[in-house]
Design a protein around this ligand. Structure first.
Ligand code: KG4
Ligand code: ZN
Length: 344
């Protein structure tokens, strides 16, 4: 068994966790910056970086204390090295480098998306490679074939907005505040998912990708029309999102070499309606379904420590001059999606 310390600081959560290669989470702490960013309706990079810088060191100390271990008991120090808001990423990565030097243990510079992609294996010991992964978060909406640690083939991505972004914008339009995903999900429970006619962008298209910008604009028009209740708009938006996801996944299942398991990860994977729809989809395709528990879906450090465990088991580590990366695709060979904007 090897013990890995993980640090996450790429967006608005400062998080630290200690995880071992036997999948035991020894301790974890997370501090959200929701209150700092709420007045701005989204994450302000400079505020985020400063908050990470203030909180990380005391949190590292607290997590080691919670677990009753010393820094020198750790077999590797893992930190998110990108993609993300560069100020925050640098705070976490530079801290990890200092700890790795001080304890003479290897550094693991982790791709945040790899953290999400491997997180289901932390919770599900039976989950073997390869698997088909829907990675849905605030910055990404991708379908990947996960062949092994470090071997990801991207089958689809969004040509405009990520789904989490669309949830957040829908929340903003409905005056639900930030972050929007959980608020939209909760309001949708009392709404009629068929009440508001909303588009399902790219549904049925032979193109493999996602698009959510048109859906977001249609939500704005529905709200401005004054013809619909907010709960009905939320429920109809969520229903349209589910149909887009399942349609694109059916397309990917047909196009990819056969895989036994369908997996969902990332912040939007915390959504119960989406989880249920994907489980049903897996069932109808005779596939196993795996989704991490909710606390491993949204940003956390256990998934970063776990990615470190996976890489440590393969004898990998990174040099101390590893640079923080604002953009870092999981599949460097993937062609840009037609119509895609500048987002990573
Ligand atoms: O993975 P994550 O924590 O951060 C990124 O790496 O982006 O994902 C955050 C995103 C936000 O857009 C948030 O609104 C969305 O995940 N989210 C949800 C839910 N919980 C979080 N979206 C829909 N339903 C939820 N329950
Ligand atoms: Zn994330």
């Amino acid at each position: 068994m090897a013990l890995v310390l993980g640090i996450e600081s790429s967006c608005d959560e400062t998080a630290v966790a200690l995880v071992d290669t036997d999948r035991r989470i020894w301790a974890e702490r997370i501090a959200s910056q929701i209150e700092e960013h709420a007045p701005f309706g989204g994450v302000v990079p400079e505020i985020a970086a400063r908050a990470h810088a203030e909180r990380l060191a005391p949190m590292l100390e607290a997590v080691l204390q919670d677990a009753g271990v010393a820094l020198t008991d750790c077999d590797a120090i893992a930190a998110t090295a990108g993609p993300g808001l560069i100020g925050g990423v640098m705070v976490g990565l530079v801290s990890a480098k200092a700890l790795a030097m001080a304890s003479d243990t290897p550094l693991m510079a982790i791709n945040h998306l790899e953290g999400h992609a491997l997180s289901p294996r932390l919770a599900d010991p039976g989950l073997e490679f390869p698997y088909l992964l829907l990675l849905v978060s605030g910055g990404h909406c991708q379908i990947l074939r996960v062949n092994g640690v470090g071997d990801y083939r991207r089958l689809a991505t969004t040509i405009d907005d990520a789904l989490g972004e669309a949830f957040d914008k829908t929340a903003k339009i409905l005056g639900l505040g930030y972050p929007g995903g959980p608020a939209v999900e909760s309001l949708a429970k009392s709404g009629n998912p068929n009440a508001v006619p909303l588009p399902r962008p790219l549904k049925g298209s032979s193109d493999p990708h996602f698009s959510f910008a048109g859906l977001k604009s249609a939500v704005l028009r529905a709200k401005e029309s004054g013809d619909f209740a907010d709960a009905d708009i939320a429920a109809s938006f969520q229903q349209a999102a589910v149909e887009c996801l399942t349609d694109r996944l059916v397309q990917a299942i047909g196009a990819s070499d056969p895989v036994e398991t369908l997996v969902v990860a990332g912040g939007v994977a915390a959504n119960q309606t989406i989880r249920a729809a994907l489980e049903h989809l897996a069932d109808t395709h005779n596939m196993r379904f795996s989704a991490p528990p909710l606390k491993l879906c949204t940003d956390n450090a256990a998934m970063i420590a776990w990615a470190g465990c996976e890489r440590l088991a393969l004898g990998q580590n990174d040099p101390l001059d590893f640079a923080a990366r604002p953009r870092w695709p999981l599949d460097p060979e993937a062609e840009p999606a037609r119509g895609a904007g500048v987002k990573a």
